[in-house]
Design a protein around this ligand. Structure first.
Ligand code: BF8
Length: 652
């Protein structure tokens, strides 16, 4: 899209379904280039698409461009190179999630030793559960001692050289057996990532299926290891989420307040900033600079973290980050890690907005670096808020905040879902299992993952979510998909009227919405825990692969999404991507392994379907096949049993 085209009202609707983003593009589009302009002016490299073969850059004799009929210089085939490249993407995605988990495991130890100012253990019960799963002695020991040992054990899992990581025991026994049989139970995720990198070096592992099995082991080490540790410890330190109301979209920026945006993925410093923003002294300081208060809002998964626990407004997902700056209303954007566009550094120079990087792992040209070191949280948060306040009088350009907001309900940890289903004294997944069995809920579908500038922002997430709830499928969401659905109003309480009759009856009875926001991308591990507990509850088979469930990443773009898709498939779930192709489309051999091959070995698969309606139909048919196999495909009438009938059932 060139400058001329972006000034055409119709083209804004082509690039986004978000009314606020379209409004800003309509006003300022073309004046400052954004990702939407770049994606219009630069086509995707065709290498990797089904017609163009694939590129191998793993040694200095290349890059070799390889097709079905042509190998690389070393003789590597299209299938081998495709599998190698995918394995490396998965390793990078697993590394991102798991390194995030490692930092939290380390932080837990610092909190236990009183070395992380401003932080404390907020959910002791969850700490006990994690400690138990990691084999830590509880007894009547002091909570801080348990936390210290849990931190040590969690940290040791990352580099575990031999044997199985403890957390795979969260999975159903049958699933663990499937993994053992195929030799993909992970050791420490660090070791699995290193092994992927080694095996994909020139001249090592050359059989596509064998390479992909290692990629699976690495991805399981992410989902059931690194990511799960990240989620658990975030809940321990900042509280396990409970349902809470909030608002979303760019309309949550305030013209008369200091707007501070937190963006990225890490919860730690952001949580401290959110808490400190209410500090009386800082609010008074903001007033002394002419502002009415301090408004903290979020973007991407950091937003999801603070939304889930504090009700802070997510003002946008991945494709909204530049657009938010263009409102001219943001005093400071503080970023940590992952999914932060490098373009922000240059873009902020056109506005008064200050861009601040805080992670020792991430610096951006044009940003101010203020490093977060675990022990300086309070001091650093105060400094950052003050910097934002000092920048308020520097607003020079005209402010333009679209008047677009939506209400939402978020905060569905697996503990909270269980509590809502069963009540305080009988927490249980039983009502969910029963509703699936009697057909009021046809199945559960995870709609997760990113925005992608090659796909109309939010369009596929919202289409699928609407169509699924209409047909009585409960939808669980994480990451940018969740923010997308919230922005279009599907998480408003009124959205219940879009749900099918069966799903609506359950949601009304237990008081949950038909679309559950489960958190950030690392929180996809919550979906694994829910699936394991649903199996354990009984009546829907013995393994995750028996359940009428599916996973979709319709606007994927990040390597983390590839790792997530792989561990979800390896956990026994039909998984499908749309939007841009997954980078295996040129190799029929690899596609066959990931569909037919993985289905046989793991009972789940990963494929790409570009047509969104075809994708929806495939998901529905896969779930209906599962219902058939479970013999629950015929809708049963609900029979209310009297006491006598209940007794008779008990006697059988
Ligand atoms: O981890 S969904 S664009 S923000 S990678 Fe990134 Fe994708 Fe958004 Fe969160 Ni997840």
């Amino acid at each position: 899209m060139n400058k001329m085209k972006i000034n055409n009202e119709k083209s804004f609707k082509e690039v986004t379904e978000d009314k606020a983003v379209a409004e800003i593009l309509g006003k300022l589009g073309g004046e400052v280039p954004t990702i939407f302009d770049r994606s219009a002016s630069m086509k995707c490299c065709p290498i990797g698409s089904s017609v163009s073969g694939i590129c191998c850059k793993n040694c200095g004799m290349g890059p070799c461009r390889v097709r079905e009929d042509k190998t690389g210089l070393c003789g590597a085939t299209l299938g081998t190179i495709t599998a190698r490249n995918l394995a490396r993407h998965i390793a990078a995605g697993a590394a991102a999630h798991s390194d995030h988990g490692r930092d939290l495991a380390h932080l837990l130890g610092l909190v236990a030793e009183g070395k992380a100012e401003g932080l404390e253990i907020k959910d002791e019960l969850k700490l006990m559960k994690l400690a138990k799963n990691l084999g830590i002695e509880i007894g009547d020991r002091d909570i801080k001692e348990i936390a210290r040992d849990t931190s040590k054990k969690a940290l040791s899992l990352f580099g575990q050289q031999e044997g199985e990581i403890d957390l795979i025991k969260v999975a159903p026994g049958k699933r663990q057996e499937v993994w053992r049989k195929n030799n993909v139970v992970p050791r420490g995720v660090d070791r699995e990532i290193v092994e992927v990198m080694h095996r994909t070096h020139i001249g090592v592992d050359q059989e596509a299926e064998h390479i992909l099995d290692q990629a699976i082991r690495c991805a399981i080490g992410d989902g059931w290891g690194g990511s799960m540790i990240a989620t658990e410890i975030t809940d321990i330190l900042f509280n396990t989420p409970q349902a809470r109301k909030a608002k979303t979209n760019l309309g949550m920026l305030k013209e008369d307040e200091v707007n501070l945006v937190i963006h990225g993925h890490e919860p730690t410093l952001s949580e401290i900033i959110v808490e400190l923003a209410d500090n009386k002294e800082l609010v008074e300081y903001a007033k002394s600079k002419g502002a009415k208060g301090i408004n903290v809002v979020g973007i991407c998964c950091t937003a999801n973290e603070v939304l889930m626990r504090q009700g802070i407004a997510p003002i946008g997902n991945f494709l909204s980050q530049e657009i938010a700056i263009m409102t001219g209303a943001i005093e400071l954007m503080v970023v940590d890690i992952q999914c932060i566009m490098q373009a922000l550094g240059k873009l902020t120079k056109n506005f008064h907005t200050k861009l601040v990087t805080t992670s020792p792992k991430c610096k951006i040209s044009g940003a101010i670096h203020m490093e977060f070191k675990d022990s300086n949280g309070l001091e650093l948060a105060r400094e950052i808020i003050k910097m934002a306040i000092d920048n308020f009088p520097m607003r020079k350009e005209k402010i333009y905040i679209p008047d677009v907001t939506s209400d939402l309900v978020a905060g569905f940890s697996h503990e909270y879902i269980k509590y809502m289903l069963g009540g305080r004294f009988r927490e249980s997944f039983r009502p969910l299992n029963d509703a699936i069995i009697d057909g009021r809920i046809q199945g559960v579908v995870g709609v997760v993952g990113c925005n992608n500038a090659r796909v109309t922002q939010d369009k596929y997430h919202n289409f699928l979510t609407r169509e699924l709830i209409k047909r009585d499928y409960l939808v669980v969401l994480t990451g940018c998909a969740a923010i997308s659905t919230a922005k279009c109003g599907l998480m408003e309480p009124e959205a219940l009227e879009y749900a099918g009759e069966g799903l609506r009856s359950i949601c009304e009875a237990v008081g949950i919405p038909p679309i559950l926001h489960l958190g950030s991308c690392v929180d996809n591990s919550r979906i694994l825990t829910v699936l394991s507990e649903v199996v354990q509850e009984g009546g829907l088979g013995e393994d995750i692969s028996d359940l009428p469930v599916a996973g979709i990443a319709p606007e994927w773009m990040s390597e983390k999404a590839l790792s997530i898709g792989t561990y979800v498939a390896a956990s026994g779930v039909y998984t499908v991507f749309s939007g841009e192709p997954i980078p295996v489309e040129s190799s029929s051999e690899v596609k066959e392994i990931m569909t037919k091959g993985w289905q046989e070995k793991y009972g789940g698969q990963l494929e790409y379907i570009p047509d969104i309606e075809e994708l929806l139909n495939k998901v529905l048919s896969v779930i209906q096949e599962k219902r058939k196999a479970l013999k629950i495909d015929i809708k049963k009438e609900r029979v209310l049993l009297d006491m006598e009938a209940r007794r008779a059932l008990k006697d059988v």
